[in-house]
Design a protein around this ligand. Sequence first.
Ligand code: SF4
Length: 631
Amino acid sequence: MPFGFTGNILHVDLTKSELTVENPPEDFYRTYLGGGAMGLYYILKGMKPETDPLSPENILTFMCSVVTGLPVSGQSRICVNAKSPMSGGIGDSQAGGFFPAEVKFAGFDGIVITGKADKPVYLWLHDGKAEIRDASHLWGKSTKMVDTMLKDELGDPKVQIAQVGPAAEKGVLFSSIVNMVNRNNGRTGMGTVMASKNLKAVAVRGTAKVTAADSKKILELARQGAKDVKNNPDVDGLAVHGTASVVAYQNDAGTLPTRNYTEGQFEGVAKISGETMTETILKNNDTCYSCAVRCKRVVEAEKDGYKVEPAFGGPEYETIGTFGSYCGIDDLEAISYANQVCNDYGVDTITCGATIAFAMECYEKGIITQLETGGIDLKFGNTKAMLTVLDQIVNKSTPFGALLSLGSARVAKQWGAEAEKCLITVKNQEAPAHMPQVKKSLALIYAVNAFGADHQSSEHDWMYEEGTAELYLERLALMGLTNPPPAGDFGPEKVKFGTLSHIFYSLLDTLTICQFVWGPAWTLYGPVEIVELVKAATGWDVTLEELLQAGERRLNMMRVFNLREGFSRKDDKLPAKFFEPLMGVGPSAGIAVDKELLEKAIDQHYESMNWSQEGKPSQEKLEALQLGWLA
Ligand code: SF4
């Protein structure tokens, strides 16, 4: 076996029920590394433009990378790509857990899935072998039930399962792929694509270990990282309170989206903070394979006739935002229950919670009434209404729930121009809980990102402002970011930061490494250690420059995919709501994204990327990235 990777890419044709294993050459791995870049390679080569996302011709890829499965924190992640049924452009979503590492242990670096099975099936990958098996008995079952049934059937509790839930089977457009019953490839509707292929699950188990070129160095990195968790307050905050550790902080800064992004501070914040979760319903911490940070939450609660079970983990910051402050809800147990429902039925908590918040604003403004909601008093802060509508969405059990299951952008088209003013979507993708009105560089990245508004596609402003911690600035300086602007700035230096950190985060998604562990600024490991990691894993003499080029390669591949589908600069835009001054109180009251500055930022970004002012990569750029074949 080569160092870092297995050398095996599994191709699955579900229509023909055929499995083949490809052994790409080493230079393929060095060029594409893994994740979205590797997935896009197969999608761009194999899928025709204008393919229906829910047709058998859509190509669904699961990709690990050359570092997945090594015994070091933050490497066990997998990227799923396909044409998105939400946007019609590229879909892209990452998840962690134990499933990604187990794919490598089972003997594969990635899976390329085409076609559609004539009945429900699942894939069983074990010790270098692959099988397509009948899943008729699993169809219609919830993720928790299927997880138990498949482990029993395969006779091994250590089997890792990534699956779609009943929501995807019913065609909820923002369905996720769930592993461990609590980790999600959540965004862009990848679960909906998987279910459209009649593929219920991918089960993996293996005994092979991933061999590193320099296993001593990997061990050294792992030990150093484990020691440094406590020395880094940002990472330690994650370890102690999970991603929810930032709830109170975001609120103080006026960037906790409240009542569908109308305000930036929430009066109920104390009841839904990470500290409150730790003090009340937290039962345990959980982790991904070999990660010393252990940021995952396990909560347990019982309230108002519902039970929150530990198997479903606990709500992340984004989920607390979308089902909490977005909806004006300060009930942590109810938010945790919503998180459980999303995991058990398999839907993206961000789009789902944000779509309910959007409907709440439309109801409050009289754009819709109880005629549309089916008698539900859908006011902000109505917990019972939120849970009722959630149930109707995941089951598509009422006309209202079925409509909302399409996501807010499609719903707004039916409800008219006033509803469109309530949207917080970019490329039909609801914005996560980090406000571009405050974090200005996010205005740029939300607009230009190929798969819509995403908070994990660049570093956030606070890491590159006057007064930022020395270590973070030292790391950013390695990318040529040496002149931190004042807080709140949206000038050329902030735009440069947005562009360069977008490329860096694209590298992280190519290497499928966790952005809470590896990154350009605040994380456990910085750029120097990322180079060391890839070197030690593969034995290749890589440089930071070569790796950043890989990140840029992925961004260009996604851009070309979208161009083929008719996207252009006209799609790199923000919703009207982001240009309206924020209401409420706190430091962000009265603040909006400046339209003119955003257009200037997009001009500068395109120029730095060597793209035309219409957002098209130049031939020269594609050649430089070894993507001449895309021209
Ligand atoms: S930091 Fe959290 S999400 Fe990231 S790998 Fe570790 S446990 Fe998983």
